[in-house]
Ligand binder design. Sequence first.
Ligand SMILES: [Zn+2]
Length: 411
Amino acid sequence: MDLLEVVGCPECKANLTPTNPILTRSGRVKSAVLLCEQCDRIAGEVRNFRCDFLHFNRHLVAERARYSRGTTILTGDVREVDIGYDDRRLVTTGNWVDWDQKYRMTEGNNGESIALHGAFTDLGARLLKHPWSGKVLFRIDGRDVGQVDLYQPELSTVEWFEIATDLPIGHHVVEIIAMGTRHPNSQGTQVFLERMVATCLDASAEDSRIRRPTDMTRVLPYWDESIALWDDVPTNGAILDCGGGDRTIADDRYVNVEFVPYQYPNVYGDTLNLPLKSDSFDLVISQAVLEHVRNPFVAVDEIWRVTKPGGVVWAGMAFLQPVHAVPSHYFNATAWGIEELFRKFRIDHIGWSGGLSFTMEWLMKTAGIPQKLPTADYQELLAKMQSLDKLISVEELKGVASGVNVLAVKT
Ligand SMILES: [Zn+2]
């Protein structure tokens, strides 16, 4: 599926015109400004094959749109090259060490750097944010292009940073440089690199597509019930993962639309205002997303709009789950609640999952009980709760399940 055939203006849902595009040798759009002629405005951009309607720099994109360069055609195909933290191609200055078989890290003295030298056009990096992190500078070919504060008050999360986009063909150097400075609340100036990902021109490649080498999932795996539905989608059909998180599937029918600027989504867009044309998808999957949107009724209306007549939707969401992904956790639903959300559809099945002990264990974890009880006591409690699961019928579980789900058809 060509992504540009399904994306549309988030406001009016009309066709978008790719302006000043950079194309691969075979005509695939690597980057472009996306204009909505109906709204007479810039709706978004294509940046390294991803459509972005949320996180793009409107000022820069307007500049790009103003000066007509026409179409640029690359002399080859492109491929993504993954450069892990321990890759020999990374050049460091200062004291970097391997950490936990996951990262290359430094305590972050000013000027300590990690760099990639090579022939690439785009480069992104995955860096750890945590309570001991400091600030870093990004530098391309000796020019400072931005800085980020990697401090966050709780937990550790790896985030994706796009550093270079559409550099001229040729050799480049991208450096990530510790600044030796930090947020006042940070306990350190550390920098952790997990990987860099470079987009390289590959003149030898005959294949015109940028290959997604394998399926990659950094979020919950798919439920078996939703995966089973893929078989019914024709080879030229379209599957929408609505809020798919940091995931990509090597299937030409697949599109992941996601709000958060993770590495893998194909489209960055808002579930409440999908940048997709109406009646586009044979199958829509929404897994553990609807409890995280501000207005689930509007989100489901949008899912209804982009589903083809006769198309199928599978959605699962939280029922008796404690808060997670705070602060963007808003509304849980009962089995009757999810049915009400999908009232415009024909409902083929309402299901629920997550047994009583699973639900209670999650509640206890969120309340910090494992840290508050002696380990043996907590294990005993868990074992007792697990013994209760067999006393509960499927129908009784409907009232106490962790999650609920729906299989629905747009008629
Ligand atoms: Zn429009």
